[in-house]
Design a protein around this ligand. Structure first.
Ligand code: SF4
Ligand code: SF4
Length: 402
């Protein structure tokens, strides 16, 4: 099995030389095994690849993305477990000399791999593999995922949480080669590699490329609704790219940072939900099903420590509020808070036009008409009070119940 991690790896060439290829993009439970072999400051991406490659790939093709990848190559070379280990030099653009340099790299890989395996280049396999990597038509609303490689587990998780289909253009993303040139069947090997070097270097550019104008194809697609940008803990490169991306486009962007362990995923759920709320604000059923059209509006924040309720009248004035301990039963606490404001106001549930729940228990309050993440509530509340606010500090369960 020939493992790889970077979308610029010439997978189709390896297939044509007889390799069985596999993208190494799994989550890992911890980095103990990697830290026995290398120093702890190696980035979590390189450590995750190190562990997975030792378990799941007897051959490995790496790309000279950064120093961490080069150190990963050094460690694995010293370990000597892979029967074929190769580090390819990747140019930073797709100008003619970069294509020439990369073509030489393709020739070198071809030479090394075929002499190691005594294999020959199979043109039909190469063409078939290139066809499989052809770009799909994106003809409905979608979100692009950019940045650092996402594991298959993370991609599945993201897809479950968002309403749009996802186009994975990260480091490990589906490789989308341009359409095959006419006459590919009869091109000689040098011409073929010239085209292939260019096609790889023209993939939607990653953060390592100096010229990222190739991302224009994305911005020009009217179906693109927003971007999920994945960064890796303690890796500045993606941080810089994210800052560049924010200047390049006005599209909504959600930045997610992970360390390739499953723990990261749990933290993403609320942020993804809030991102979807910002893309398509939910309309609250009006009048709500469970109320009979009163004139009061309640917001319930079901937090881990306390449950808070605030009631507004039609003039947007606060007319009552209450705080109770959340305890073990989220619904019971929310009812207790509601009863407290109802008794202050001398009304019942039918006095409310709408009740919206937020906080960690927001989905467990059956009498609320809508559940909205605390991120959206914070943003809207702050904007309502003062549109100039740009930063909100949430001190979570620090408040004590009265
Ligand atoms: S940043 Fe670019 S070169 Fe580095 S791993 Fe990702 S796709 Fe490959
Ligand atoms: S996460 Fe950053 S430091 Fe690590 S391999 Fe990727 S680009 Fe290099």
């Amino acid at each position: 099995m020939t493992g790889y991690t970077c979308k610029y790896t010439p997978v189709e060439l390896l297939i044509a030389l007889g390799a069985e290829t596999k993208i190494l993009n799994s989550e890992v439970l911890d980095f103990a095994a990697a830290e026995r072999l290398t120093h702890t400051t190696l980035c979590c991406h390189a450590k995750a690849v190190l562990q997975q490659s030792l378990k799941e790939a007897d051959e490995l093709v790496l790309v000279s993305c950064c120093d961490s990848q080069r150190r990963l190559h050094d460690v694995l070379k010293a370990r000597g477990k892979h029967s074929f280990l190769h580090l390819m030099a990747l140019p930073h653009g797709d100008e003619p000399c970069a294509r020439l340099q990369f073509k030489k790299e393709l020739f070198r890989l071809c030479e090394l791999y075929s002499s190691r395996h005594n294999s020959v280049f199979d043109r039909q396999k190469f063409i078939a593999a290139c066809r499989e990597a052809a770009p799909p038509a994106v003809d409905r609303p979608f979100l692009a995922v950019l940045g650092a490689r996402v594991s298959s587990q993370m991609l599945e998780f993201l897809q479950e949480k968002v309403r749009y289909s996802l186009l994975d253009l990260t480091c490990s993303g589906n490789r989308r080669l341009e359409n095959l040139p006419d006459g590919i069947e009869t091109m000689d090997f040098t011409e073929l590699m010239e085209w292939y070097a260019g096609a790889l270097l023209r993939l939607v550019p990653c953060m390592r490329m100096t010229d990222v104008a190739g991302r224009r194809v994305l911005w020009e697609n009217d179906n693109l609704q927003g971007i999920i940008y994945h960064t890796v803990k303690f890796c500045d490169y993606y941080g810089f790219d994210y800052a560049r991306l924010k200047k390049e486009t006005k599209l909504p962007i959600l930045k997610l940072e992970s360390d390739y362990t499953p723990q990261s995923l749990g933290q993403f759920a609320t942020r993804l939900e809030a991102f979807m709320e910002s893309l398509a604000p939910q309309r609250i059923a009006f009048p709500p099903k469970k109320a009979v059209g009163g004139r009061l509006f309640a917001g319930i924040d079901s937090g881990s420590t306390t449950t808070n309720i605030v009631v507004l009248n039609e003039k947007r004035e606060i007319v009552a509020s209450a705080t109770v301990r959340t305890g073990a039963n989220v619904e019971k606490s929310a009812r207790a808070a509601l009863e407290e404001v109802c008794s202050k106001l001398g009304t019942g549930l039918d006095g409310f036009a709408a009740i919206v729940a937020t906080g960690y228990g927001r989905n467990s309050i059956p009498f609320a008409n809508a559940a909205v993440t605390e991120i959206t509530c914070h943003a809207r509340g702050a904007y309502f009070l003062n549109p100039a606010v740009r930063t909100i500090v949430d001190i979570a369960g620090a408040r004590t119940a009265r």
